[in-house]
Design a protein around this ligand. Structure first.
Ligand SMILES: Nc1nc2c(ncn2[C@@H]2O[C@H](COP(=O)(O)OP(=O)(O)OP(=O)(O)O)[C@@H](O)[C@H]2O)c(=O)[nH]1
Ligand SMILES: [Mg+2]
Length: 328
């Protein structure tokens, strides 16, 4: 396994979009695809970091190497951590078999989802077996990050409003495992049954965030035996209660996924298209001159040209520069 220091440096390079780091990443690509990537998402303060810390300690006792990526500025894993939290997790920071990294939340070229995907890839290539990715479960970018994961754990806590947060945020659909953390708190049972009820409603429609296309044939896709039953588990992360059951469920889900080639290919279609979109935009943007853009914008402002026409004009000019002279 690569030294933590080297890995940390590579990740900084990735975050800064350094060409050398991206070259290394591409060169190492064949080494990736072995880690089990587990997304842990949920409302702020639901106990995601505490739960990940507990899962990590247990996974270490089971002999696995673990990495934790936190896409969450207020996390105990990141710089803004409360000192007390960091001290409580010092054993993890000092364990050579544990790599912890928080993502810069802003400014990553290509967006945080892309940067996170690349960081996961770097950690995967470095040989870590289990990778936890912590995100706050709100908004599109978190859902996008969750999609990177093989297994998505959605964490709820009781008493965070009458409605179940996961349903509101629309992240129930992406959950492979649901957790009611802080089960020592009042209202845990209510949250648990609310989640179970919500699951029963959505279960016939969705088969986890990987959708029904993962099985290799239509015949297997329709058999219930192939369908993952989303478990709803209770935990008290601060007291290690239910953590072993949760890690068992995570491992069971990995088992359920199997070697995952078909699923990976399906996910790669999206990945390739996303990168194509970025690439096309970069290439197009390169060829648009500020002066030309300003001229067209002025034509739009004086209502001589519709913005759609302006955009179409620019596109045409980029792909056939020779005809540019004849344009308005
Ligand atoms: N009573 C109780 N408190 C818990 C439990 N799990 C976590 N906490 C506490 O809840 C607070 C928030 O926990 P975190 O692990 O930081 O929660 P988080 O979801 O990572 O929070 P953000 O990263 O800020 O979204 C901390 O003070 C924890 O000690 C639990 O099971 N029971
Ligand atoms: Mg956190």
């Amino acid at each position: 396994m690569a030294a933590k220091r080297d890995l940390a440096r590579l990740i900084t390079g990735i975050e800064n979009g350094e060409p050398a780091a991206l070259r290394t990443l591409r060169a190492q690509y064949a080494l990736t695809g072995h880690a089990h990537v587990v997304g842990v998402t949920g409302a702020p303060g639901s106990g995601k970091s505490t739960l990940i810390a507990a899962l990590t300690r247990l996974a270490r006792r089971r002999g696995r190497t673990v990495a934790i990526i936190s896409v969450d500025p207020s996390s105990p894993f990141s710089g803004g951590a409360l000192l007390g939290d960091r001290i409580r997790m010092r054993d993890l920071f000092e364990d050579p078999g544990v790599f912890i990294r928080s993502m810069a939340n802003r400014g990553a070229p290509g967006g945080i989802a892309r940067a996170t995907a690349d960081v996961v890839s770097a950690i995967d290539a470095a040989g870590y077996e289990l990778i936890f990715v912590e995100t706050i479960g709100a908004g599109q970018s978190e859902v996008e990050i969750a999609r990177l994961a093989d297994t998505v754990v959605v964490v709820e806590a009781p008493g965070m409003g009458d409605d179940v947060q996961a349903i509101k945020a629309g992240i129930l659909e992406i959950a492979d495992i649901l957790v009611v953390n802080k089960a020592d708190r009042e209202g845990a049972e209510r949250t648990l049954s609310a989640l179970q009820a919500a699951l029963e409603i959505s279960a016939p429609l969705a088969a986890g965030h990987h959708g029904p296309a993962a099985p290799t044939s239509v015949a297997t896709a329709t058999t219930t035996a192939e369908r993952w039953q989303v478990p709803v588990l209770k935990t008290v992360a601060t007291e290690d209660v239910g953590v072993a059951d949760l890690l068992d469920a995570v491992e069971r889900h990995r088992h359920f996924l199997g070697d995952g080639r078909a699923r990976a290919a399906q996910r790669m279609e999206q990945e390739v298209l996303r990168r194509l979109r970025d690439l096309v935009w970069q290439q197009v943007a390169q060829h648009i001159s500020d002066a030309r853009l300003r001229a067209l914008a002025e034509a739009c402002a004086s209502r001589q040209l519709h913005p759609d026409e302006a955009a179409a004009t620019l596109l045409r000019e980029v792909f056939s520069p020779a005809s540019a002279d004849s344009q308005p």
